[in-house]
Design a protein around this ligand. Structure first.
Ligand SMILES: Cc1cc2nc3c(=O)[nH]c(=O)nc-3n(C[C@H](O)[C@H](O)[C@H](O)COP(=O)(O)OP(=O)(O)OC[C@H]3O[C@@H](n4cnc5c(N)ncnc54)[C@H](O)[C@@H]3O)c2cc1C
Length: 354
């Protein structure tokens, strides 16, 4: 089937790759390349933060299984001595970390999925002495996705699988179907437009921006001899999440070359620029919880809008505008990377059923 996917964020690229792998002829149309999407702002840890999925409850689990597989492939390639595993292997690693809990009872709704996939002992309740004194929570090992290189890997994988790309704004489904964007008329359309996903369907009042802001640190510093930073600042590996107060949440995701530190979750704030006062507050909280950050240089600041929705929209849509099937896949909130492979598999199943 000839399919057009609208969107080149993590959702669109994962759907395109899955559909191409199932033998479809896929074109992605998007007005922002992957590096310029919300997806590129994500840390990204597999974790179902700020998302509700009503009609497809297994998306978290399906994605977790796929990310664990990708992390296994990367580890195997590394142990075989591959110099740069990101060239043809997805940059995903299983990383240990600590999720601080401040609520009573804590929200452990995500734990059954993790233990189902990774085993009963995968999540351990702990009380420990942190930099600011006693802290309680859970320790676990989850996939950490190095988003900038991961999105590049997804793009490359799509191209290798034969996916075509058109960098255009889709103004209407009708124009798309008539071939206005230099695409052959599609037989089905998948809308992976993130925050703007509902615009082509006459608007969707249920989509709301939830603003996040991050600071990016170098992971290790002054590593002139390239040995992993021992001659400079420390190299962090474990992640840390303290998000029971979303207005003042703190997370530290050490990737291979950099560390993403957030954040906030400001509902209905559509400002995409980082703000100095917020950055200062994030820095103060993060350095208090993970003092090693004080020894590392800041590489930059960023902000992004999580495409939040009352429930993730993943369904075939009734529209009179075009007479081909249209599938919506948007509204992933703070978990678009987390749910990407589950979304892609579900979309591919829906296409098979058309
Ligand atoms: C600070 C921050 C931290 C986050 N951390 C995590 C995390 O750790 N783990 C996690 O899972 N998630 C995280 N998220 C959430 C995650 O980033 C989003 O859920 C995810 O990126 C949504 O992906 P998407 O592909 O659906 O949308 P986007 O990445 O926004 O992509 C949308 C695409 O659609 C295109 N588009 C839209 N409308 C049109 C149109 N009319 N014509 C052409 N193109 C169009 C755009 O150009 C773009 O290519 C975080 C988000 C933020 C802001």
């Amino acid at each position: 089937m000839r399919i057009t996917v609208i969107g080149a964020g993590v959702t669109g690229l994962s759907c395109a790759l899955e559909l191409a792998g199932a033998g479809h002829e896929v074109t992605v149309v998007a007005d922002h390349g992957p590096g310029d999407t919300v997806s590129a702002r994500a840390g990204a840890l597999w974790f179902p933060y700020d998302v509700t999925v009503e009609n497809a409850p297994d998306l978290e689990k399906r994605s977790l299984i796929r990310f664990v597989e990708l992390a296994g492939q990367a580890e195997a390639a590394q142990s075989e001595g591959a110099d740069d595993v990101t060239d043809d292997i997805a940059p995903v690693e299983m990383r240990r970390g600590f999720l601080r809990e401040r609520l009573d009872p804590p929200d452990r709704s995500w734990v059954p999925t993790v233990t189902e996939v990774l085993g009963e002992d995968a999540v351990t309740e702990v009380e420990r002495e942190g930099a600011q004194g006693a802290e309680r929570g859970v320790e676990t090992t989850l996939p950490l996705i190095m988003t900038p290189t991961y999105l590049a890997w997804l793009m490359d994988s799509c191209r290798i699988a034969g996916v075509a790309f058109r960098w255009k704004t889709v103004e209407s489904l009708d124009l798309l179907v008539k071939g206005a964007y230099n695409t052959a008329p599609p037989e089905a359309v998948i809308i992976c437009g993130g925050l703007r996903g509902g615009e082509l369907l006459g608007g969707d009042d249920e989509v709301t921006p939830v603003r996040g802001q991050v600071i990016v640190f170098a992971n290790g510093s002054d590593d002139e001899d390239g040995d992993g930073g021992e001659d400079g600042g420390p190299v962090l590996t474990d992640w840390y999440v303290d998000d029971d107060d979303p207005e003042n949440m703190t997370y530290v995701f050490p990737r291979v070359d950099d560390i993403v530190v957030g954040g906030i979750a400001e509902v209905s704030n559509g400002n995409e620029d980082p703000d100095a006062e917020t950055a200062e507050a994030i820095l103060t909280r993060a350095e208090a919880l993970v003092p090693a950050l004080k020894e590392l240089p800041i590489l930059g600041h960023g902000a992004g809008l999580r495409p939040s929705r009352s429930s993730l929209r993943i369904e075939q849509v009734d529209t009179d505008e075009v007479n081909i099937p249209v599938i919506a896949a948007y509204g992933h909130g703070g978990a678009g990377v987390t749910l990407s492979w589950g979304t892609a598999e579900r979309v591919a199943e829906m296409v098979e059923q058309l």
